[in-house]
Design a protein around this ligand. Structure first.
Ligand SMILES: [Ca+2]
Length: 230
């Protein structure tokens, strides 16, 4: 009996201790924004540099990227009823499976994946829940496999730079991802016939940051504005 009473007292003290914490304001929305911002920063840290997303074309991104990502308030997050269209274009002559990766805080704080089948030479608009971060293969792993061709060959995600909501696309908007030949030899290995996956923001950042670096990029190959080029 005494022992039981002791547990009741301990329980009361624990309850009192918890209620004492209510003096500290907790804001679940602010906490969620912090989680998204931290995740976005982790992804942005993988952009640029020798082994990072986009290679040296994205050098310096992390220095200004997080400031542009725009996850400062709850209104900056993806809406649970929003839709994002990922425009998957396969310029190869083999059917391909694009392995999309995304992070949407309204679906939880773990990465989500979706495989999109795109026939040779065609484009598929993949409608997915709006997400704060969208990439290919894996959001934080440059070099992970990003798409698989019908022959079994894999293409990595090195130039499929992850995009961020409100800086690279919007809820209700379109985010292009293209399997194309490495005509500009982005990885500098001399092979311009190999296949690479490219997301839109690689080219938008290049066009903004690399003066005169591109003369025959996808603007010519795929026809102007498709990749967001002027
Ligand atoms: Ca190459």
């Amino acid at each position: 009996m005494v022992g039981m009473l002791k547990w009741i007292v301990v329980g009361l003290l624990a309850t009192a201790g918890l209620s004492g914490c209510t003096g500290v304001p907790t804001d679940p929305q602010a906490d969620l924004v912090d989680e998204v911002d931290a995740k976005a920063t982790q992804v942005a840290e993988q952009i640029g540099g020798t082994q990072g997303f986009g290679g040296h074309f994205m050098d310096g991104y992390f220095q200004y990227g997080p400031m542009m990502m725009g996850f400062a308030g709850y209104d900056d997050l993806a809406t649970s009823d929003g839709v994002l269209t990922v425009r998957c274009t396969n310029l190869s002559d083999e059917d391909a499976t694009f392995h999309m990766a995304y992070f949407a805080s309204h679906l939880g704080l773990t990465d989500q994946y979706a495989d999109v089948e795109v026939a040779a030479g065609s484009t598929v608009d993949f409608a997915m829940p709006c997400a704060e971060i969208v990439g290919v293969g894996a959001l934080e792993t440059p070099g992970a496999y990003g798409c698989r061709l019908a022959s079994g060959a894999q293409v990595d995600n090195r130039f499929a730079v992850p995009g961020f909501l409100n800086s690279d696309y919007t809820c209700g908007g379109v985010y292009p991802c293209t399997l194309m030949q490495d005509v500009d030899d982005l990885d500098g290995d001399g092979d311009t016939a190999e296949w690479i996956l490219v997301t839109d923001n690689l080219y938008t950042h290049m066009s903004a940051d690399v003066a005169g670096g591109f003369h025959h990029g996808p603007g010519g190959m795929m026809g102007g504005g498709m990749m967001g080029l002027p």
